[in-house]
Design a protein. Structure first.
Lengths: 112, 116
């Protein structure tokens, strides 16, 4: 089954404790992206990747890091999480940049 | 910079009736794509419909159709014969066509309630 998986689905952590949210897709897509969803703000793009070792900033990259060492994986790293990073995070992938995006199930992150 | 605006935070429709969700955008580009995504309570994001800016014909997918007005930069979604399963958050999105970028801009969403 074609899918995008994210782990963990739920995470509660404390300020400053480094964490990684994993994202993996099995559709051989070159394009992958991370979003955060906040009430009243919709989805905002954090980082995206157009191929292995090719990443670029979206609209809200501060406080986040990404890497793309393999085509299927695109982890999101929060090296020193803060409460304003409490949000719902989505990973997505697509075959071409303007094709349908396939989204993961989301990761609910709470930083206290 | 490109922007996408959804001015209706919430809308309601009676089952079997028709509803239209509004979306406007701003861009100086001429070649781009517009999308409507649906997010039901399960949180899963699902593509509803996609429109290429160069195509004058409005896209349709079963009960879903768009009214694309390029000059006015308007991209509304019409849902006909509304069903209870259509209740969800709907997001309008913009993406520039081209292999040099993967930037997506989403609107703030419209929550659609379907009344039985």
């Amino acid at each position: 089954e074609a899918q995008v998986t994210q782990n963990p689905r739920y995470l509660i952590t404390v300020t400053g404790k480094k964490l990684t949210v994993t994202c993996s897709q099995n559709m051989n897509h070159e394009y992958m992206s991370w979003y955060r969803q906040d009430p009243g703000l919709g989805l905002r793009q954090i980082y995206y990747s157009m191929n292995v070792e090719v990443t670029d900033k979206g609209d809200v990259p501060e406080g986040y890091k990404v890497s793309r060492k393999e085509k299927r994986n695109f982890p999101l790293i929060l090296e020193s999480p803060s409460p304003n990073q409490t949000s719902l995070y989505f990973c997505a992938s697509s075959l071409k940049p303007y094709y349908e995006q396939y989204f993961g199930p989301g990761t609910r992150l709470t930083v206290t | 910079a490109q922007t996408v605006t959804q001015s209706q935070p919430e809308m309601s429709v009676q089952e079997a009736e028709t509803v239209t969700l509004s979306c406007t955008y701003d861009t100086s580009e001429s070649d781009y794509y517009l999308f409507w995504y649906k997010q039901p309570p399960s949180r899963q994001m699902i593509l509803v419909i996609r429109q290429e800016a160069y195509k004058q014909q409005n896209a349709t997918e079963n009960r879903f159709s768009v009214n694309f007005q390029k000059a006015a930069k308007s991209f509304s979604l019409k849902i006909s014969d509304s069903q209870l399963g259509d209740a969800a958050m709907y997001f309008c999105a913009y993406s520039l066509k081209g292999s040099g970028t993967y930037k997506y801009i989403f609107g703030t969403g419209t929550r659609l309630k379907v009344l039985a």
